[in-house]
Design a protein around this ligand. Structure first.
Ligand SMILES: O=C(O)c1ccccc1N[C@@H]1O[C@H](COP(=O)(O)O)[C@@H](O)[C@H]1O
Length: 223
């Protein structure tokens, strides 16, 4: 299966276009006011139209209530919800049922014990996103540019597609993929020049570096 590359936290027409032209499979839009990447519904609507089905639109939310999700559905009509808070398995089930969209559950990782939640989520989620666990005093549960110990995923037996995120950038994405065996990668801070400010060249470099790992493994498999 081909590698999925997600560029998250896009907030301008220019950088969204860069991500689309560079071949991002998923483009992420953050609806979480404390984030420097938070989008208004109006901007979400505008950027969503620009995607024109060239990539999957991902709505990132954190413990959002139904009223918030209703508004995001109306503005962006996301292809996937990325649930990055403490949403329960029951809440995932409700969201899937009410909105008819797949859900990608972010699982914060700091130690092996953090993986104990997987059987519960795996029964309902469509995809898992492993991210570094944020420090207790962080203002947001992700998008902090911090990696986790990828070796914790080395012997993972998960019958569900999964992606990895947290502190990825063009120079470490190949190693993250090699160690974790993930089917996709997600980046925000690693393609920014400052929090919330995406850099077109860094976006292109990240996608190139991720795709290069895929090209290398395809080359090996035909030998
Ligand atoms: O991007 C944010 O501001 C954000 C806010 C709240 C939850 C998650 C957020 N971002 C996601 O966090 C991971 C890791 O990001 P980074 O590359 O380390 O900056 C990624 O999945 C983002 O989608």
């Amino acid at each position: 299966m081909s590698l999925l590359v997600k560029i998250c936290g896009l907030s301008t027409r220019e950088t969204l276009q860069t991500a689309l032209d560079a071949g991002a499979d998923m483009v992420g839009f953050v609806f979480f006011p404390p984030s420097p990447r938070h989008l208004s519904l109006e901007l979400g609507r505008d950027l969503g139209r620009q995607v024109k089905q060239r990539a999957l639109k991902v709505a990132l939310t954190v413990d959002a209530d139904d009223a918030t999700l209703d508004n995001i559905m109306d503005a962006l009509s996301p292809d996937i919800f990325q649930l990055h808070g403490k949403e329960s398995v029951a809440r995932l089930r409700d969201i899937k049922q009410k909105y008819g969209r797949p859900v990608m559950k972010a699982v914060p990782v700091a130690t092996a014990a953090d993986l104990a939640v997987l059987p519960g989520y795996a029964a309902v989620a469509d995809r898992i996103l492993f991210d570094a666990r944020a420090p207790k005093d962080a203002t947001r549960p992700g998008g902090l540019g911090a990696p986790f110990d990828w070796h914790l995923l080395e012997n993972l037996d998960l019958k569900l597609p999964y992606m990895v995120s947290g502190g990825l950038h063009a120079d470490n994405v190949a190693e993250a993929l090699r160690v974790t065996g993930a089917g996709g990668v997600d980046v925000s801070s690693g393609v920014e020049s400052a929090p919330g400010v995406k850099d077109p060249e860094m976006i292109k470099a990240f996608i190139r570096a991720a795709r290069a790992t895929q090209d290398a493994s395809q080359e090996l498999s035909v030998r």
